[in-house]
Ligand binder design. Structure first.
Ligand code: NDP
Ligand code: GDR
Length: 325
């Protein structure tokens, strides 16, 4: 039975990945932080048979301990402070967790391998946010990185550190440059879920407006369930490498609003939307659109869920959740 350790197990991707690995017969271990994490019970209920081990990406000794207990064949480093807007207000903490946390995890994994690097494979959750002020359209593996937030800068550090461990120590360390991916499990602070929740509440008469920031930004949005499959595929390859994972389509926040209000059969979305500078960012990433040709060619990976299907899935799920309250 293969063994996997996932950091960020309580997050959106952690849960989908754990479900996928469970279905493939893995024994799954999750790193969970804090002395009384409120999501502990949710993870245990969602992923039967999972073993949760306490630790924190900023504490190398906890990572060494967790690896020695889990004895994984595969390590998926998904843990991070992942909310871009928050990263300006907590830049140093974001650097420690999202940036240096990757180095801590790589080093703990190298120590665990104890000279036999073939013992374990490593996945790093890199991000399209590293492209920032984009230097090429669409963005590919070799596109110059130009991060535009403390989060983006921290991800660039983690990305190059992963490549560095591969090149310096021969570790099977791969980095997935994932574009935005969403689901009904997305945190409510991110724009897709903020909108799907608000639309559901407006439909049910529980709320009458939604307050947002920049409506012109464009993102390449896919479904998280499809994207965790790509993570797993990367670790099944004979050689470690870096891959862009995206849909190849881009949509503005306005397109997203239109699709979400359409899914709830509410006409004229503009009536319900107000903009507030509070939600504007000090620097914006205006346009993201990825080219996943390499992932398709090497991994045989392609996204399955379309933008419209994704938005409808999220609105329907929030309608059911809000109605049940
Ligand atoms: P989430 O924000 O949903 O989950 C983040 C996870 O990291 C949570 O489990 C959180 O735990 C954990 N975490 C935070 N701080 C620490 C810490 N100090 N030590 C250990 N764990 C910690 O993110 P997603 O699931 O959406 O994303 C997974 C990864 O992929 C992240 O690294 C993200 O930056 C990256 N990514 C995500 C994309 C997306 O569109 N979703 C796109 C590209 C990259 P807790 O619940 O305790 O806070
Ligand atoms: P992003 O996702 O920053 O791309 O990072 P988010 O959903 O937060 O923002 C997307 C775009 O929407 C605009 N926006 C708003 N965003 C939020 N959150 N709230 C608002 O009210 C709002 N109004 C407009 C933003 O300005 C932005 O342009 C996500 C995270 O999952 C990262 O961890 C990941 O690395 C990247 O995707 C790829």
């Amino acid at each position: 039975m293969p063994r996997a350790l996932i950091t960020g197990i309580t997050g959106q991707d952690g849960l989908y990945l754990a479900e996928l690995l469970n279905s493939k017969g893995y024994e799954v271990f999750g790193l969970i932080r804090g002395q009384n994490n409120p999501k502990f019970a949710l993870v245990q209920e969602t992923i039967p048979g999972i073993t949760l081990l306490t630790g924190d990406l900023t504490d190398v000794s906890s990572l060494v301990r967790v690896l020695s207990i889990a004895q994984p064949d595969e390590v998926y480093n998904l843990g991070a402070i992942s909310f871009v807007a928050y990263s300006w207000e907590n830049a140093s903490l974001t650097t420690d967790v999202t940036g240096k946390g990757v180095l801590n995890m790589l080093e703990a994994t190298r120590l665990y391998a104890a000279g036999d690097v073939s013992k374990v494979r490593f996945y790093q959750a890199s991000s399209s946010e590293m492209f920032g002020k984009v230097q090429q359209v669409p963005q590919r593996e070799e596109t110059l990185l130009w991060p535009r937030s403390p989060y983006g800068v921290a991800k660039v550090f983690g990305h190059y550190m992963t490549i560095n461990y591969r090149e310096s120590y021969g570790m099977h360390a791969s980095s997935g440059i994932l574009f935005n991916h969403e689901s009904p499990r997305r945190g409510p602070e991110f724009v897709t879920r903020k909108i799907s929740q608000a639309v559901a509440r407006i439909k049910l008469g529980l709320q009458d407006e939604i307050v947002l920031g920049n409506l012109d930004a464009k993102r390449d949005w896919g479904f998280a369930g499809d994207y965790v499959e790509a993570m797993w595929l990367m670790l099944q390859q004979p050689e470690a490498d870096d891959y862009v994972i995206s849909t190849g389509e881009t949509h503005s926040i306005e397109d997203l609003l239109e699709a979400a209000f359409d899914a709830a059969e509410i006409a004229d979305w503009r009536k319900y939307v107000r903009q507030d500078p509070r939600f504007m960012r000090p620097a914006e990433v205006d346009l993201l659109i990825g080219d996943s040709a390499k992932a398709e060619r090497v991994l045989g990976w392609k996204p399955k869920v379309s933008f419209k299907e994704l938005v409808a899935m999220m609105v329907e799920s929030d309608l059911a959740e809000q109605s049940a309250r």
